[in-house]
Design a protein around this ligand. Sequence first.
Ligand code: TRP
Ligand code: SF4
Length: 449
Amino acid sequence: MAEEDNREEKEEEIIINPWSSKQFADYGRLMEQFGIMQFDFRKLPGPPSPQPPAIFRRGIIFGQRGFSSILRAIEKKRPFVILTGLAPSGKMHLGHKMVIDQVKYFQALGGRAVIAVADFEALAARDVPLEDGKRIAIEEYLINYIALGLEPENTEFYFQSSRDAVKDFAYIASSRVNLGQMLALYGFEQSTSIAHIFTPLVQVADILHVQLKQYGGPAPTLVPVGVDQDPHIRLTRDIAQALRIFSVIKTKDNRYGAFVRIEENVEAWLDRAEAVAAKLGFSKLKKVPKYKALYIEDMVEEKLEELDEEIARMEAANGESFHRFITGLTGEKMSSSRPATSIFLTDTAEEAKKKIMASKTGGRESIEMQRKLGGEYQKCPVYELFVYHFVPDDEELNRITVSCSEGKRLCGECKKEACSLALEFLKNHQEKRKNAPARLQQYFRDNRT
Ligand code: TRP
Ligand code: SF4
């Protein structure tokens, strides 16, 4: 309530709650407040590399932080990881599928996929017992992922509750953050359980543990998430930085430098950083052990990140991309726990049809008005189905857009079209699900699921 009253003054401050069902309105403000950069799909590699899926061209993948390190890895054919996770509660829906579409695309560009089953998160934040979480994860998510075409050669699944390295890392990460920071990030309440508060640290560990030697070793990591996950990502970056040996920055007096953040072996570390900088072609290097500094006088702004990454080879490096949310069919955020909002990947033809036919649209009050004014496709969840999933061809999408806005297309027929595309997808997909369970075990490298 108090928040409501102060809304005027509070305009500046958004606190994202990853566990709420709120739909975001103002992506521009989010980006500004949290330093998310625009995602420029034109920087993605052109032919002969595979084409990016339509969600990149259409501004659905709208933001990124540090994505250039992934582009560099693609370009230099260096290893990179694409890492995501799922909290197993409820059913897998089309919103979840978008992440897998991205995973597949980046795999085709050379990435290795690691997928965390966040059974701890489901327990702590959604009260799903671990046993149920396991079952839901397998039946609802992993089987669908396999059916969507993830291959075991470059895909690995694991459960948070079964991977000791993740649990250990979460514990260590938690020693680098205090309660005040957590409250500022998430706005927890008195009634929030400690396990729930700890959940983001496990996610941080999901993201960072792949830097450990036995899980692949240092490599840039792309984390494709909905922007609701941004607090976790910011926390991850802070903790990754806190666990670093160096900070590589431009100082307040405009000098570029790599600064040792620990007390031990400072000179040895500076020597190593010097070697890295020299290898990248920098020659005006000045070590000042007293300041724990290596100054790089011939550094230019554009090269700073690359140097940082090279210096971080033995430490954690990560990047992430953010996608918008598909609007639920009822106008809210698509959610596993509210079936009417979402098409589930396991819906029968009748269920899917019923939901689409009952969906909100951008239609007008009457047919006459719609003919005259046209539909408001910008507000229409049915239109979003076309944009996000069912009409990959841009020209075809454009025909739908134009016919809607000119009032030539009415919502009834339009929904029927959406139904037939959805049913075709579901039929195809559900056929592929059939032999997925037999392949499941191939995706786990931990001996237990
Ligand atoms: N918190 C995520 C969700 O609610 C799931 C998740 C767990 C995750 N670990 C992750 C996502 C690591 C990205 C990266 O959907
Ligand atoms: Fe939405 Fe189609 Fe109606 Fe336009 S015609 S508002 S796209 S349902």
